[in-house]
Design a protein around this ligand. Structure first.
Ligand code: ZN
Ligand code: ZN
Length: 124
């Protein structure tokens, strides 16, 4: 693969515990691939320059992606700004088409699969 590896850490929140966690993602062709997740508190995340928010493209979990460090869910919920959401990411239990409450803004909406609409990740 040509060019430097484009990798970021984005911040998500656990839908069950409301605790934050970081997700390391890297760009492979047009996809973002989540490769790792780790517990981090929100203050430290801000200090490190990690941001809540999304990236452009689609996102997949890499083989070996450990899932949310708080509840082990491997699926991510994207709170879409188009749907009056906050644009943040949370973990969820992976059932599509169900109502889900965003752990950031409290918006209730139906889950959709891997729609990622905005850019703001902290650089590694
Ligand atoms: Zn979780
Ligand atoms: Zn939200």
């Amino acid at each position: 693969m040509a060019g430097p590896l484009n990798a970021k850490v984005i911040i998500a929140r656990c839908s069950k515990t409301k605790k934050t966690f970081g997700i390391r993602i890297e760009q492979r062709q047009n996809d973002w691939v989540s490769t790792w997740a780790f517990k981090i508190d929100e203050k430290k995340a801000k200090h490190e320059g990690f941001h809540a928010g999304l990236v452009t493209g689609t996102m997949k979990a890499a083989d070996g992606y450990p899932g949310c460090p708080h509840c082990r869910s491997k699926d991510l919920f994207f709170c879409l700004k188009e749907a009056d959401g906050c644009g943040n990411i949370g973990c969820y239990d992976g059932r599509h088409g169900q109502y889900y409450t965003c752990p950031w803004c409290g918006l209730r909406c139906k889950t959709v699969e891997s729609n990622i609409v905005d850019v703001s990740g902290g650089n590694l």
